[in-house]
Design a protein around this ligand. Structure first.
Ligand code: ADP
Length: 383
């Protein structure tokens, strides 16, 4: 094959799309991207792009029909037209049928329950009182669709919180008093070959409900890692997923591992693979959807990943304060996504800090957090 003559379509042109293209370009594939924003980060490095909404059926058809294979980096897209196009013989990975189930978190939970995959007890909500009765308080209310980075997740601690409950289609989940949150990136290609990446630990900022730090590898027993790995592999095999999947898990105080949620795409918890593993999650996804052999996933060096989030009160054209200082720290790898507008807590980039000693990597990541800031040029706030 000459990759230049093989066109990959990507629905979604955010940072995940951009990093997918960076890896696709390593092998000289051609890439066509669709995104509603004319300034989408991935457009800067794509061969071609289409500015269109994720539910614009005509434009999605145009993209799929122009490409040899189509994938996506966002789940909230039109699966109806994708199913029609798949039935007409177009290659779309992961399959639209699977995406349809995964993008609705309640259908995802149903799929896990039906396949005996361990996950917390749950039910669709019609009456909050009834759900509270059955799941107990506190319980977690989640939006079925469209939630991300903690939006669409609300912990109901008492009946007082019913007033603040989420609107729309939601479900309730038993509150898990977890010890740690883990994640596994797992890939399967169209021939059925499966490979998982090392298990990582996700540390959360519970004020913002956003993942604050990824520690790779997770600091848990070998037996726990093996349990998490086997669970991730079982999921992707059962669902016959093709591509890379990000699987978030809870580790309970009793040493049980169960699944919180599955993402049918490359995932934030797998960014560390770019510098830390023999193959990155992005290259693995390209290999998987193109029917190529999967790459080795061994860890080369431990690392910590932190997000660069828009600082509070910052709106406007972004600039990055403290780059010089941060880049002087050995092992710092800076990824700036190229978003043209900063908003509080928007993911503007990430930093991967590699170090043979994971504790040193954590120390260094704290230094980076005190040094590097995403700010708006429109405000006089040079630190
Ligand atoms: P998102 O898709 O926004 O990441 P998640 O379902 O992963 O949503 O929830 C975000 C965070 O909320 C989780 O990482 C975890 O910290 C917390 N959380 C979610 N579900 C539960 C639960 N059942 N029990 C306790 N905490 C939970």
């Amino acid at each position: 094959m000459n990759p230049k003559d093989f066109k990959i379509g990507i629905i979604g042109g955010g940072q995940l799309g951009k990093m997918l293209i960076q890896e696709a370009k390593k092998m000289d594939f051609s890439v066509l991207v669709l995104d509603p924003s004319p300034n989408a980060p991935a457009f800067k490095i794509a061969d071609e792009y289409i500015v269109a909404d994720f539910f614009n059926q005509d434009k999605i058809r145009e993209l799929v029909e122009k490409c040899d294979v189509t994938t996506f980096e966002i789940e909230n897209i039109d699966t109806e037209i994708l199913s029609v196009l798949e039935q007409a013989g177009n290659k779309i990975y992961p399959s639209p049928g699977l995406l349809e189930k995964i993008k609705d978190k309640s259908k995802q939970k149903e799929m896990m329950t039906n396949n005996n995959i361990p996950t917390s007890l749950w039910e669709r909500i019609s009456d909050l009182n009834d759900t509270a009765e059955r799941l107990g308080l506190p319980f977690v209310q989640k939006s079925c669709c469209g939630g991300y980075d903690g939006r669409g997740v609300f912990v109901i601690k008492s009946k007082e919180d019913f007033k603040k409950a989420l609107g729309g289609k939601t479900f309730g989940e038993k509150f898990v008093d977890f010890e740690k949150e883990l994640a596994v990136i797992v890939a399967r290609n169209s021939q059925g070959e499966v490979k998982s990446f090392p298990v990582v630990e996700m540390a959360f900022d519970h004020n913002e409900n956003i993942c604050d730090m990824i520690i790779a590898p997770a600091t848990v027993d070998k037996a726990i890692k093996e349990k998490a790995k086997q669970l991730a592999i079982r999921c992707i095999e059962l669902f016959e997923g093709v591509g890379v999947f990000g699987i978030e898990m809870f580790l309970t105080k009793e040493g049980d591992v169960f699944i919180n949620e599955i993402a049918a795409r490359v995932h934030n918890s797998g960014h560390y693979t770019i510098e830390s593993c023999m193959t990155s999650q992005f290259e693995q996804h390209i290999r998987a959807i193109c029917g190529l052999p999967l790459g080795a996933t061994d860890l080369i060096v431990p690392s910590v990943v932190i997000n660069i989030l828009g600082k509070e009160d910052q709106y406007g054209h972004p600039f990055y304060d403290g780059m010089n200082k941060a880049l002087k720290i050995p092992g710092v790898n800076l990824h700036i996504y190229g978003k043209d507008y900063i908003k509080p807590y928007r993911k503007m980039g990430h930093v991967t800090i590699v170090d043979k000693d994971i504790n040193k990597a954590i120390e260094k990541s704290n230094k980076v957090k005190e040094t590097l800031f995403a700010l708006s040029e429109e405000v006089d706030n040079v630190g």
